[in-house]
Design a protein around this ligand. Structure first.
Ligand SMILES: CC(C)=CCC/C(C)=C/CC/C(C)=C/CC/C(C)=C/[C@@H]1[C@@H](COP(=O)(O)OP(=O)(O)O)[C@]1(C)CC/C=C(\C)CC/C=C(\C)CCC=C(C)C
Length: 593
């Protein structure tokens, strides 16, 4: 009996597990736990018979003085733990690295241009894996020295072949940060540990069944291959899981109301859905939504990567709709053109909320005939079934207020006007986000903890938080808005400072303007303090990400309160490092004061 193998874990595998867990903990969801447990189960079940065979046929062995003693099918318990901890560490590393990527946009319908080559890539990959299996087989059959290599290949490569066949699109198409990097770094790390363990004799590969080549001094080529293929298996497994989730959440027509934790059977069904049944417009709509968010809002783009699964998709689509609607109105050449857009948007809402099977095509015809091509996906893919109609109508009423600004009239005269406006353009957005959260996390009124009153209380608090965000937005954009002929600061406040609309339009800077900006920010933070507690009543998966979204935006307000802030394109911006720090604190559950 000895503790040497156990010490390998204590020194080299458990510390990274703790570190990675700490790092990922604020984002760790039930879905992540499900994925990891699923993969660990497969890893343990599939490795035990193989490893047990290798030990019983003395291809490798463990001196009795390095292991504690208990065994499972002849495998030392430390070794079984290795399968678990390796799968855990590599999986967590993948989860961290792949978080910023919105994977559904990497689905390909394989119908046009270079995408038509993808079935060939699949085939080439399949044949390559089959050839490697054949090579493994011939090594096992042919001679003693290639036995260990052959056994690794005939055990692992059929799984790789299967995972490739199910998820080749993501394996090839995702950014390298989701594929190559999470394979390469854990593999390199395990190669180093293995070198140390083999040198110390913690485990021994017996002579006669190995080729005798070393990757570097102390690292047998078979060991290097073993860790490479096992990490590749783990990452391919994670990618196949995510591929299935992307299919489930991207095509609601094929998989209506996909559950939060889909059963293995449903995951397989998703992976086996023929590509020709995928809705290309959904993918294009999502691609447009991601590009739009990335271009237009750094705060929300950054925050969106902390959301997961269906909710991430829904918020992206909701953002896309709101942005397109706002831009149609703001970019219109004349007030009457802007009014016409609002009228068309009202009509669109009327159509979708009275939709039935017969009117389905009428709706898409209406959009195609009345809106520019670059806006059509955003409109048609609004997740309206999860959102009530009222906040959308109110949002449009908010845009109508924007049109009331003329050289002679100003719609925001009192603080109450300001509050109504902010409720319409931002309180409503908060409400819609919360409705999506309730829907996606299945907080129906039958869930005791989500009784009606509680839901209403959260929505009301969300409204207040939205108003706070809009006050920050107005405080940031005094000069930008003035260029568009708009002054959102209430007339009563201007008069008290000895200012007027005209004076702000002419010169939106100076001491008095700064004092009004401060007043607006003070109100924003007071409202935010009053509302932010309610975030903790949201479903646990949404809390951290929502904190990140609202905190990232409120940080603009904090920047504005400091002297000498950086202005880009006329707007105060939050430096990247500072944004990261805010997000990290928000994820860990801390709101700034
Ligand atoms: C993470 C993610 C993808 C979130 C998406 C959120 C979303 C749907 C935003 C829509 C934004 C939008 C374009 C709305 C149109 C009206 C408008 C312009 C509103 C202002 C947004 C600021 O955007 P931006 O700075 O890009 O605007 P301009 O360049 O000035 O045009 C607003 C300030 C509103 C934003 C309000 C929210 C996102 C609501 C946030 C509050 C919650 C989610 C509720 C918190 C919950 C509790 C319980 C307190």
């Amino acid at each position: 009996m000895g503790f040497e193998y156990a010490l390998v874990h204590v020194k080299y595998t458990i510390p990274p597990a703790i570190l990675l867990t700490q790092l990922y903990r604020p984002l760790f969801s039930k879905l992540d736990a499900y994925k990891i447990v699923f993969l660990i189960t497969i890893a343990v079940v599939s490795t035990i018979p193989w490893d047990s065979y290798l030990i019983r046929t003395r291809i490798w062995s463990y001196p009795s003085h390095v292991i504690i003693g208990p065994k499972l099918f002849d495998i030392p318990i430390e070794e079984v733990f290795f399968f678990i901890i390796q799968t855990y560490n590599t999986s967590l590393f993948y989860l961290i690295l792949s978080k910023p990527t919105f994977q559904p946009i990497y689905l390909r319908v394989e119908r046009h241009g270079s995408d038509r080559l993808w079935p060939w890539y699949k085939l080439i990959g399949q044949w390559s894996f089959i050839s490697i299996i054949a090579l493994g087989w011939s090594l096992v059959k042919g001679g003693v020295e290639g036995t260990y290599t052959g056994l690794i290949l005939i055990w692992a490569v059929p799984f790789l072949l299967l995972l490739w066949s199910l998820a080749y699109q993501f394996i090839l198409g995702l950014p390298l940060s989701n594929t190559l990097v999470p394979i390469a770094i854990p593999t390199l790390y395990l190669w180093i540990i293995d070198t140390l363990a083999l040198k110390r004799g913690t485990w021994v590969i017996n002579t006669g069944t190995k080729v005798g080549l070393h990757l570097w001094d102390g690292l047998e080529i078979e060991e290097a291959l073993f860790f490479l293929v096992t990490n590749t298996l783990i990452i391919f497994g994670q990618i196949a899981f995510d591929h299935a989730l992307s299919i489930l959440y991207t095509f609601p027509d094929l998989f209506p109301d996909a559950p939060l934790l889909p059963s293995p059977l449903l995951l397989i069904r998703a992976l086996l859905t023929a590509v020709y049944r995928w809705d290309e417009d959904r993918i294009n709509g999502l691609k447009e939504a991601v590009t739009r968010l990335k271009k237009k809002s750094r705060s929300f783009y950054f925050a969106s990567s902390t959301f997961q699964g269906q909710l991430r998709t829904d918020l992206l689509l909701l953002y896309s709709f709101c942005r397109v609607a706002d831009d149609l109105v703001d970019d219109a050449a004349t007030a009457s053109e802007a009014s016409a857009w609002i009228a068309k948007l009202h009509r669109y809402l009327e159509l979708i909320y009275s939709r039935d099977e017969k009117t389905d095509t009428r709706i898409s015809d209406y959009v195609v005939q009345n809106f520019p091509p670059g806006t059509q996906y955003a409109l048609l893919q609004l997740p309206y079934l999860k959102i009530s109609r009222q906040p959308l109508e109110d949002l449009l009423h908010g845009f109508e207020t924007d049109l009331e600004f003329t050289p002679t009239s100003h719609p925001i005269n009192t603080e109450s006007d300001l509050q109504t406006y902010a409720h319409r353009v931002a309180g409503t957005v908060a409400r819609m986000c919360i409705e999506c959260i309730f829907y996606d996390y299945q907080c129906t009124s039958t869930t005791p903890s989500f009784e009606r009153d509680q839901k209403q209380r959260i929505i009301d608090a969300g409204d207040v938080a939205g108003i706070a965000l809009q006050y920050v937005n107005i405080a940031r954009d005094i000069a930008v808005d003035a260029k568009m002929g708009r002054v959102y600061i209430p007339t009563t406040w201007l008069t008290a400072e000895g200012l007027s609309h005209d004076s702000i339009l002419k010169d939106p800077h100076g001491v008095h303007v700064e004092s009004l900006r401060t007043k607006l920010l003070d109100k924003a933070f007071a409202l935010y303090d009053q509302a932010s507690e309610a975030i903790e009543e949201l479903p646990v998966e949404a809390r951290g990400p929502i904190r990140v979204a609202v905190e990232s935006y409120m940080e603009i307000g904090r920047v504005l309160r400091q002297e000498g802030y950086v202005v880009k394109a006329g707007r105060a911006t939050v430096p990247k490092i500072r944004r990261l720090r805010v997000a990290w604190k928000a994820l860990k559950g801390r709101l700034q004061k």
